[in-house]
Design a protein. Sequence first.
Length: 226
Amino acid sequence: MTSIMLFAAGLGTRMGPLTADKPKPMVEVAGRPLIDHALDLTKGQPLNPPVVNLHYKADILRDHLADRSVVFSDETDLLRDTGGGLRHALPLLDPDPVVTLNTDAIWNGPNPIAQLLNAWRDDMEGLLMLIPTAQVLGHKGKGDFVIDDTGRLTRQPGHIYSGLQMIRTDGLAEISDNVFSLNRLWDNAIARGTLHGITYAGRWCDVGQPDSIPIAETLIGKNADV
């Protein structure tokens, strides 16, 4: 079984007043918190119980998930960013590779975790799920990566990173900082030619700001097999 970590510790500042009294993963889309939509993606997949990290208004998330099969990684002492958060959670995760998933997106199409697991190869250090710009909703960036004909990634405007990946974690031990982004691991893997990507076969909505919520709700209303 593969371990999975859901990133749920961020402050959600771009959500404005919606996160004044609750953490961002508890913001509702189509009547359900974002964290529930993310957990739906894990159902039926060969995964260990998800590890969910906590920081901002942690008790609200902890109470909401109290009856779920999840494990909590407590970051209430320090918000560590994605890299530091993953390293902090390593005692709760099985050995490499692990899946990580952001909790602020809505997917429409085949299950992206299944697609990622099926595409993983042992010669990879990381495998990122990317979204072609034509399939992206609610996101204003110009793109993050380009995939070459071998599946390797370089940093250029192109496909959008979805917040879903499989990654080896041994490189985390080489970083002394407590707070750092997983971009540090990605850049090292790019230099070695071991960071790969695949493109999602469906559509994806970034729910990072309030005006993305109605867009995501429309997407949920469309036929999907997630």
